[in-house]
Write a protein that binds this ligand. Sequence first.
Ligand code: GDP
Ligand code: IMO
Ligand code: MG
Length: 428
Amino acid sequence: MPAIVLIGAQWGDEGKGKATDLLSGSVDYVVKFNGGNNAGHTVVIDGETYALHLLPSGILSSGVVPVIGNGVVIDLGVLFEEIDALEARGVDTSALIVSANAHILPPYNRTLDKVVERFLGSRRIGTTGRGVGPTYADKMSRVGLRIQDLFDEKILRQKVEGALVQKNQLLVKVFNRRAVTVDEIVDELLSYAERLRPMVRDTSLLLCQALDDGRNVVLEGGQATLLDVDHGTYPFVTSSNPTAGGACTGAGIPPARIDGVITVMKAYTTRVGEGPFPTELTGADGVRLRKDGGEFGVTTGRPRRCGWLDAVIGRYAVRINGTTDFVLTKLDVLSGWDSIPVCVAYDVDGVRHDEMPMTQTEFHHAKPIYEYFEGWDGDISGARRLADLPAAARRYVDAVEEMCGAPISAVGVGPGRESIIPVRDLIR
Ligand code: GDP
Ligand code: IMO
Ligand code: MG
């Protein structure tokens, strides 16, 4: 009866979508527990590429029940666009279940996300501009709208009225935008209600009963450890908890029921948006990694910042999440370098730090201390056993496991579903 958490180790885009897809053959439920359509997960099946934002990656596998948990913020227009686009490609989305407690991402929060970023200027976060941050802020301020409110028009209207008292002041007086009316918001949201109604459930109850019945449940995080609002590189983070603890609150499953924590880690590091990144390569080497790895955002198309693997971050991800297994992705992208640096510690103003520094200022000052590993040549995308890899690539994998402190249970060697080296069973 395992409940397995699957999350990102770094700043997102580690290949979580592909890793979830890898498990789907032995899984009954895949639950998205945080974030919204700021996420972008690519899954490549038989040469067909699917980009998922709000929908859990498990939606691509027949027999898997995809669930959007209470911790997610839902832009309803985007949800139905995504459903329709998948249906048009022949994907059956009819099993989708949505939590009654998930929050609705209303249109005014998309506007606010963008204008707030513009006003922040050089202090901007580099958000995806989808309205995710303002919607989580509303949730915490208790002026949010929930999916269940769609089914009680009186309550919905009251809540929208309450929210707009503040929002319209902000939009008009601070940001010089037009005010929105209660009617336009209520009408837009209600236009989705009937189509949504059959999907809506008490998902905590559903998932706990599924676990009682011996079903396998994967809790899939959007974003990643260093984008966590508590444990990431605040304020350059997202507004939810993509770490393992967030899986429990975002899905309504108690901590003692979690049997494993799969942490997906790229064989190098990328980051989209602003914020510190000690191993970032700003010159030609960064351009080469971006080109070799196809590092452009799935959601916004922005070029991802690229750099070497950071084992301090790997160890931190293990500590914060209780990693039981790593899935190391994109090893194939590192082919062709003479030598591959890995950051093993930081030099912060002359002091060595083996663990993540305590303060933001220290992390901004962190200079990587590198250990250098021998590179390898050639296309490794056909490898299906560790023994198929060049000896230097095997040594790299072994060293990463040793430095980060949790077993590497699968190694990705290409984007396709089949391009994987399984090392040990991920669901035990
Ligand atoms: P996610 O947000 O964590 O699901 O990751 P993204 O989908 O945003 O970014 C990962 C990218 O790497 C996608 O384009 C995947 O198709 C691709 N990918 C995943 N695993 C591998 C791998 O092992 N090798 C290569 N070359 N590409 C991979
Ligand atoms: P997946 O699930 C990479 C980043 C944004 C920005 C910060 C805050 O595909 O790994 P937000 O719109 O969430 O308020 O933006 O977080 N960010 C991501 N970076 N992958 C993601 O998702 C991200 N989701 C948000 O670039 O720096
Ligand atoms: Mg992504």
